[in-house]
Design a binder for this molecule. Sequence first.
Ligand SMILES: [Zn+2]
Length: 73
Amino acid sequence: MANIVPITNEIGDVVDYNYYCSDFCAKQDPNYAGWFGCVENYSAPFCNHCETPLFWIDENDYSTYLGKEKQNV
Ligand SMILES: [Zn+2]
């Protein structure tokens, strides 16, 4: 799970997400527009601000990682 900040284009469509370890780090994002909530993370191994390893899920085989390390669950 991770905190995310949606990145929108000029017409307001979400085009990407930045992933953060915490709401504190998410607030460093210029796109921060309020707490978006914790979501499943399928792509970002590290916090976009402080590089803290994040839990994320490889969609191909549903294995769980913390940063670059595969977790045995
Ligand atoms: Zn962080």
